[in-house]
Design a protein around this ligand. Structure first.
Ligand SMILES: Nc1nc2c(ncn2[C@@H]2O[C@H](COP(=O)(O)OP(=O)(O)OP(=O)(O)O)[C@@H](O)[C@H]2O)c(=O)[nH]1
Ligand SMILES: *[C@@H]1O[C@H](CO)[C@@H](O)[C@H](O)[C@H]1NC(C)=O
Ligand SMILES: [Mg+2]
Length: 460
């Protein structure tokens, strides 16, 4: 019995000592005795260790670079299974060999991945080091978004994708335009998401109102009639101001005058693939002035007399109509009638100096005088497209196959499996609109004598 009691006492003493020890360790380790991360089976990661901090500073490494590398070598390991599922071993092994091991830039990597530190807070070394800034020159360019304060979360989604897929490595500016003042929330949220500088402009009233030559009664009757006929946005005044603004004034805003190139971004769009090069620089170096990813036929009810107006312009300003233009994209009978094809302008990368040129300004003013922005419901997409089609050489219009894009309800997902794999796309190729019957993109290819990408027949 006595021996048993002594054992129990010994147990209790030991337990009390152990608990005390635990208490001591847990309360002093952050100041004194540091628990070694290695003892938990992870790399040196604690930002609280001075030792680790020193290593962080000394080593030429980044957490994200190594994280990425782990993902990469993981998928590399499944290369053989990919081979079996694909379109034959040639393209399968081509995919493994052909795709770059580093996505872009030169992510810094550890010899031993287990040694990589983990930056947990913005003050830790390596926190902002998410693969490098892209090398090369920057163009005189900006993103531009027209938006209302209420669009903040929808534009936030768009910005996030543009940044993730492209701009975080390029840091181009972003101009926001609104017919009303932007509120503090809009500015705070958007500027937190954009890696470049952000600018907020209020549109002057003369760019967002009825010109005095518009007959208000006539315009009102049109809206009532279109409402009855259930034409989308047919009864909206603001939508008409928006279309006229995008057609004739966004590039004239004071903030936009600071740039030569623009990339238009609308709320709630999606980008599905990495963008590995600078589209602005591509445009500049290849002498492009306008670009698109989606094209389609316009809703005829919204533009019944647009082509009449265009013909009047062509007659009055023959000097602006360029030889070697894209008329066959717009008309099937040499310019007599409009086939309603247009580039979808909610995505555009283009040249602002072209839009500010006499040719384009004459074109817009001529159309504007005819009143169709209010007596009908002319969209900025056919207006921009017809201008690009007539005032530019056909080689100056570019189709960005590798910019994968969605704006409700259409998707451009690059044709060609290898392209989608190389660009790490997450769009479903079945959703690609390019070769469907209601797309005009095949006309663009035919007109320019371009070979359609391999595999397009399967998507018709
Ligand atoms: N500031 C402001 N921006 C507007 C207004 N109406 C539309 N916009 C913007 O103009 C662009 C086009 O408007 P949307 O409503 O997207 O028109 P849409 O693309 O034809 O149609 P959905 O996207 O399908 O609704 C978007 O960037 C909108 O944020 C407006 O009254 N004020
Ligand atoms: C950028 O382009 C605008 C418009 O063409 C021009 O006024 C401005 O000087 C340019 N800025 C630079 C830095 O080249
Ligand atoms: Mg839209």
């Amino acid at each position: 019995m006595a021996a048993g009691n002594a054992r129990i006492v010994r147990y209790i003493v030991f337990a009390v000592f152990f608990v005390g020890l635990l208490y001591l360790v847990s309360h002093t380790s952050y100041h004194g005795v540091q628990l070694k991360p290695e003892s938990f089976g992870v790399g040196k990661g604690s930002s609280t260790s001075k030792n680790t901090e020193k290593e962080n500073a000394a080593s030429d490494s980044s957490t994200s670079g190594s994280t990425w590398h782990i993902t990469k070598s993981g998928s590399g390991g499944t290369g053989s299974s990919g081979k079996g599922s694909g379109s034959g071993s040639t393209s399968g092994s081509g995919a493994t060999k052909g795709s770059p091991k580093t996505p872009f830039g030169t992510p810094k990597q550890y010899e031993d991945l287990a040694e990589a530190p983990m930056a947990l807070t913005p003050s830790d070394n390596g926190w902002g080091d998410l693969v490098g800034i892209a090398p090369g020159p920057r163009m005189n360019a900006t993103f531009v978004s027209l938006a209302r304060n209420a669009d903040v979360w929808d534009i936030a989604r768009s910005i996030r994708q543009v940044e993730d897929r492209f701009n975080r490595r390029y840091n181009y500016d972003w101009v926001f335009l609104n017919d009303k003042p932007f509120d503090a929330t809009f500015k705070k949220v958007t500027s937190s998401l954009v890696s470049g500088n952000t600018y907020y402009g209020e549109i002057p009233n003369e760019h967002w109102s009825f010109p005095d030559f518009i007959d208000q009664d006539k315009a009102k009757k049109v809206r009532e009639d279109m409402k009855e006929r259930k034409i989308i946005y047919g009864d909206s005044i603001s939508y008409r101001h928006m279309c006229r603004f995008e057609s004739g004034f966004f590039f004239q805003q004071e903030l936009m005058k600071n740039y030569e190139w623009y990339w238009r971004v609308e709320p709630s769009i999606e980008l599905f693939c990495d963008i590995h090069y600078d589209p602005f620089r591509f445009m500049a170096e290849n002498k492009k002035k306008y670009s698109f990813v989606l094209s389609l036929y316009e809703y005829v009810e919204t533009i019944p007399t647009l082509w009449d107006s265009v013909r009047k312009f062509m007659k009055n300003y023959p000097e602006h109509i360029v030889e070697g233009n894209s008329m066959p994209f717009l008309s099937d009978d040499g310019g007599e009638n409009y086939n309603h094809c247009h580039f979808w302008s909610n995505f555009e990368v283009g040249n602002l100096d072209w839009l500010r040129s006499k040719a384009y300004v004459d074109f817009f003013n001529s159309l504007d005088q005819d009143g169709g922005f209010f007596y009908e419901r002319w969209g900025d997409a056919p207006v921009h497209s017809i201008a690009a089609g007539l005032l530019l050489k056909k080689e100056e219009i570019h189709f960005f196959n590798d910019i994968a894009y969605y704006h409700v309800p259409f998707t451009h997902c690059p044709t060609g499996e290898q392209t989608r794999i190389d660009l790490r796309c997450h769009c479903n190729p079945k959703d690609n609109f390019d070769w469907k019957g209601y797309s005009c993109t095949a006309r663009y290819f035919d007109l320019n004598g371009l070979d359609k990408p391999a595999g397009y027949e399967d998507q018709q």
